[in-house]
Ligand binder design. Structure first.
Ligand code: AHG
Ligand code: MN
Ligand code: MN
Length: 338
């Protein structure tokens, strides 16, 4: 790998190699990266910038918004609305889609984002992030919410930026996964890892264990077996991590493997899960698959789910392939029982 390849250079060279990043898409990715840089600065200032704490408002999911949820949402919209590359945006923090105002040209892409993932970690100085997913606007009439309801397999770019000890942007356009670290002195994202791969096997799982009594049988069986360690059927010990920022948990899995689970549970039986399909599960699933891992809701590949609603939720199991396959088998065996 040549030294000091900026995100811009990576995108230009990638387009030359296989034509996978046309100029409008390159502009879009660069604008999202620029927005993430500003969010990173706001996150870093913390109490000094007056950005911590709650905002006294609720989002469409009925969750109390943090100041940074709103700031990050505004930064992403303001950065992206004028460039001519987008037709509309959708966000965890907005009930309806945001159509590019008609004073700006409309482009052919749709952008979805979770502006600030891991909100409960903002005030306690633990890693948080921004997740994004890019779709092509279907041809035809004026843009509408229905245009967004495409399965994850239709994504043309996806990624996240994690604001941790380092700020790292992780990207796929369907040709593997690349990581870029923010060089604060230069003010640019620099390629620090290409061809990211998730090991097929792991001895580390991530799940919120406090929900154990609400889980379904396959989830319980899998975690019980992990907890039995070397004394049980798995014949090896497992370690556990739960950061409560999907971005940070997925980043660890992309770096050293593991399995991440936020399954359906009995607390809210009518909801398929906690996480959102369109701007959390789909982009993360594509990254994981592009790195050789797998992602399912237990019964179906997440990226094959045909969305019915912009903010719909989904049960998520993703990470090291052999563990995800084992869990899928447990779900299958369970539903086959009389
Ligand atoms: P968000 O902050 O965007 O609402 O997402 C938080 C999500 C996800 O990042 C994390 O894995 C999960 O919620 C944590 O949930 P618990 O607090 O229930 O563990
Ligand atoms: Mn989130
Ligand atoms: Mn969020």
């Amino acid at each position: 790998m040549a030294n000091n390849i900026s995100l811009t250079r990576y995108l230009v060279e990638q387009q030359r190699v296989d034509g996978s990043i046309p100029s409008q898409l390159r502009l879009l990715i660069e604008v999202v990266a620029r927005a993430c840089k500003s969010i990173s600065h706001a996150v870093n200032k913390g109490a000094l910038g007056g950005v911590l704490g709650a905002a006294q408002t609720e989002n469409v999911q009925g969750e109390i918004q943090k100041k940074l949820d709103i700031i990050a949402n505004e930064v992403l919209i303001e950065a992206n609305e004028w460039g001519g590359h987008l037709a509309a945006m959708a966000s965890e923090e907005m009930e309806d889609i945001y159509v590019v105002p008609n004073r700006y040209p409309q482009g052919e892409y749709l952008l979805l984002f979770d502006p600030l993932d891991g909100s409960s970690n903002i005030d306690v100085n633990v890693s948080i992030g921004t997740i994004f997913s890019v779709l092509r606007k279907p041809e035809g009439a004026a843009v509408s919410e229905a245009d967004f309801l495409q399965s994850g397999s239709q994504q043309v770019a996806a990624g996240y930026c994690v604001y941790g000890p380092q700020t790292t942007l992780v990207l796929t356009v369907g040709r593997g996964v690349a990581m870029f670290t923010l060089d604060r002195e230069q003010g640019s994202f620099v390629l620090t890892q290409e061809h990211v791969t998730v090991p097929e096997d792991t001895q580390e799982f991530a799940i919120n264990m406090s929900n154990m009594r609400h889980w379904d049988a396959p989830t319980r069986r899998y975690i019980d077996e992990c907890l039995q360690g070397a004394d049980g059927v798995r014949g090896k010990n497992f370690n556990m991590r739960w950061i409560a920022s999907m971005v940070a948990d997925v980043h660890r899995i992309l770096t050293r493997g593991g399995v991440f689970m936020y399954p359906w549970d009995k607390r809210e039986p009518n909801k398929p899960g906690k996480l959102r399909l369109m701007y959390e599960a789909n982009p993360m699933s594509w990254l994981i698959e592009q790195a050789g891992g797998a992602s399912t809701n237990g019964h179906q590949r997440i990226m094959d789910i045909a969305p019915a609603q912009l903010h719909q939720r989904v049960s998520v199991v993703l990470g090291s392939k052999n563990e995800v396959e084992r869990l899928t088998r447990y779900y299958g065996e369970h539903s086959a029982q009389p």
